[in-house]
Ligand binder design. Structure first.
Ligand code: MD6
Ligand code: FE
Length: 205
């Protein structure tokens, strides 16, 4: 496999310092009060170990009807809260995208949560990258290739780390093998929050 740096995967370790992490966590929790985390079910009917919510005009959901983006929280029926400005700024600084993100998936991991190897492919235009911000406990992230059979590499994502899947890596398989409980004190009670910014709908023009 080509080095990760040549594949369109970019890692920005400690892109957010401790104060920026705390400020972003406060922005996230204020929105979670209105759009609570819930446990989604896969199209096959299995509850996920990760809890989710979303910010922005569109949110990624899964249920018995499948995977899709929709404008409202499946439990409250309310529109998703707005995307924190700090995340919109980060997207502008780190990506070359010509339009802002319109979706921010928020994943919450407890000690036993993980996420199987998957591709992010429910978006309209794969020319737009996906940008991920990690908060709280360190995750063991697995990154493979576009084919599910491609070799994989393991990368640790710590609190404040930002990574981007773009270009040839936009459709790379990836997942979370496990979360290292107790590795961060950012989130009271422990755990990990991952925010992924996407352009779910078509770009302008
Ligand atoms: C997570 N991340 O870090 C899961 N997707 O909890 C993702 O699924 C992801 O980190 C697209 C791009 C970057 C990612
Ligand atoms: Fe993903």
């Amino acid at each position: 496999m080509a080095p990760l740096s040549q594949t369109g995967f970019r890692l920005f370790p400690a892109a957010l310092g401790p104060e920026a992490q705390a400020a972003l966590l406060a922005e996230v929790m204020a929105r979670v009060a209105r759009a609570p985390f819930y446990r989604p079910v896969t199209p096959g009917g299995k509850p996920m170990s990760v809890e989710m919510t979303n910010f922005g005009p569109l949110g990624w959901v899964t249920d018995a009807r499948g995977y899709r983006y929709q404008p409202t929280h499946p439990q409250t029926g309310e529109p998703w809260p707005d995307i924190p400005q700090a995340l919109l700024d980060l997207w502008g600084e780190v990506t070359e995208a010509s339009a802002p993100p319109d979706a921010c998936l928020v994943n919450l991991y407890g000690e036993a949560a993980r996420m199987g190897l998957h591709q992010d492919k429910d978006e309209a235009d794969f020319a737009y990258p996906v940008l991920s911000v990690s908060l709280g406990d360190t995750a063991v992230f697995r990154l493979g290739g576009v084919s599910r059979r491609d070799p994989t590499a393991s990368v640790r994502l710590a609190s404040g780390d930002v990574c981007v899947l773009a270009g040839p890596a936009r459709l790379a398989h990836h997942g979370i093998d496990r979360v290292l409980a107790g590795s961060s004190r950012l989130i009271p009670g422990g755990g990990r929050i991952n925010l992924t910014l996407r352009r779910a709908g078509p770009g302008p023009g």
